[in-house]
Design a protein around this ligand. Structure first.
Ligand SMILES: C[S@@+](CC[C@H](N)C(=O)[O-])C[C@H]1O[C@@H](n2cnc3c(N)ncnc32)[C@H](O)[C@@H]1O
Length: 420
């Protein structure tokens, strides 16, 4: 089978693509541009998007994508693109030793599409994954927001705060929190962040040195967690799910980052039997609250997270999940929602941490952090507020307050509001 020439596609990016798939092709084009121009460290995602857009002109490939949309009619186009990439990545991790190194070329991807097309078993697995699975990225670094807020709200939660993680996948976030106080373990320490003032423009990111130093100090604060619980719709003990989750947790280029790979394997190994973090399987939009209440180690949690979960669901399911989560929130607990609100991860500064404060639920979700992307290394502090001792603070204000009340560490802090 011949795939279309790259140059011909550049003149009309949608030429020959069935009209029903043009919105998807458009979203692939957006992904391609984002990864090539804004995130070249992950260029293989962009190259995949370019190859997939080209292949949509081929009936076989167009049929496979249409099949995905038939099974999931409400799926967001960006999310569909990520599912398709993860479907092929899971296949290539099994079948091509040159993956991902050689996949910075469109031809490598088109050959892979062709190879899958010609092998029924490989094709069936790709099809099953993209039609039936959810993306299950395990990015433990996303949970540094939990660590940060645990430090800032220490007086509120007391010693050993509890945490419920809904949409936990393999629970790497909870595992990192559980073992983050083991300072000798390099893989359970959260990486540093760069933090900018709330007024900051996203175009030329410029961290604020003082805010950055304060945030990193708070993230490093020693916190030992009490009860930790994860809930996921999938069975995280099933080896097939574990393999799929592993494939979903890496962008292709990240598979060449040995530290990230070792971190993944290490976190996976720390609590295989769920002794430290309890796991409950269930669809939280239609949850068996009775059984959970009967068996959960605690009935109310200090911190509840939906990290990169709600974007996968319909509006109705999202509402049901958030309302049900509030039933498990302690009176002075916090609910954290982290997501790209429109499901678009191919846009800079489109991944937010929002907080619902159990002491002021009526105030609704408050923007606390706006991250450069879902890998959580750079962020802009939000103007949303949360309560400490009855007074409401923004994140920047809370960090200053925390600094004033903590015993002074030896290292020097940059002066207030200086920029690096
Ligand atoms: C993209 S992963 C995020 C994993 C982890 N929270 C993180 O941020 O690294 C989303 C997870 O939500 C789970 N999920 C989706 N819908 C769910 C539901 N209705 N109830 C429980 N879990 C759900 C998926 O199975 C998947 O493991």
């Amino acid at each position: 089978m011949a795939y279309p020439e790259h140059a011909a596609l550049e003149q009309d990016p949608f030429k020959g693509i069935p009209s029903s798939l043009i919105p998807f092709a458009n979203s692939l084009l957006e992904t391609e541009r984002y990864y090539k121009q804004q995130e070249p460290t992950n260029v293989r995602v962009g190259v995949f998007a370019e190859a997939a857009r080209g292949a949509l002109r081929e009936p076989y490939f167009a049929d496979l994508v249409s099949e995905m949309y038939r099974f999931r009619p409400d799926i967001d186009h960006q999310y569909a693109g990520m599912l398709l990439l993860r479907g092929y990545q899971a296949d290539l991790l099994e079948h091509d030793e040159a993956y991902p190194l050689a996949y910075d070329q469109v031809d490598a991807w088109t050959e892979a599409f062709e190879a899958v097309e010609n092998d029924f078993l490989r094709w069936a697995l790709v099809r099953n994954n993209i039609c039936g699975q959810q993306v299950q990225s395990n990015i433990a670094e996303r949970y540094k927001s939990v660590k940060l807020l645990s430090a800032l709200l220490r007086e509120r939660f007391g010693e050993r705060p509890s945490h419920l993680d809904i949409g936990s996948s393999l629970m790497h976030g909870g595992i990192k929190l559980a073992y983050s106080h083991v300072e000798t373990d390099p893989y359970t320490q959260f990486g540093e962040i760069q933090l900018a003032q709330p007024t900051h423009e996203t175009e030329a990111f410029q961290p604020d040195t003082r805010l950055t130093a304060l945030a990193n100090r708070a993230i490093k604060q020693h916190v030992e967690y009490g009860s930790l619980v994860g809930i996921d719709i999938t069975d995280v003990n099933d080896p097939v799910i574990q393999k799929w989750a592993m494939s979903c947790s890496f962008k292709p280029d990240e598979l060449m980052d040995e530290h990230r790979k070792r971190e993944f394997t290490h976190l996976d190994s720390l609590d295989r039997a769920h002794n430290r973090i309890e796991f409950f399987r269930g669809d939280f939009s239609n949850f068996d609250n009775r059984t959970f209440r009967r068996t959960s180690p605690v009935k109310e949690f200090d911190i509840i997270t939906f990290s990169t979960v709600l974007y996968q669901l319909s509006t109705k399911e999202r509402t049901a999940m958030v309302v049900n989560a509030l039933n498990y929130l302690s009176n002075d607990g916090i609910l954290l929602i982290q997501d790209a609100p429109d499901g678009n991860f191919s846009k800079r500064f489109n991944y937010y941490t929002e907080l619902i404060d159990g002491t002021a639920i009526e105030a609704g979700p408050q923007e606390i952090l706006r991250w450069g992307n879902g890998r959580c290394r750079k962020a802009i502090a939000g103007l949303g507020k949360f309560s400490i001792d009855g007074t409401f603070y923004t994140l920047a204000e809370a960090l200053e307050r925390w600094n004033a009340t903590e015993p002074t560490p030896n290292d020097q802090l940059p002066t207030r509001h200086s920029s690096s």
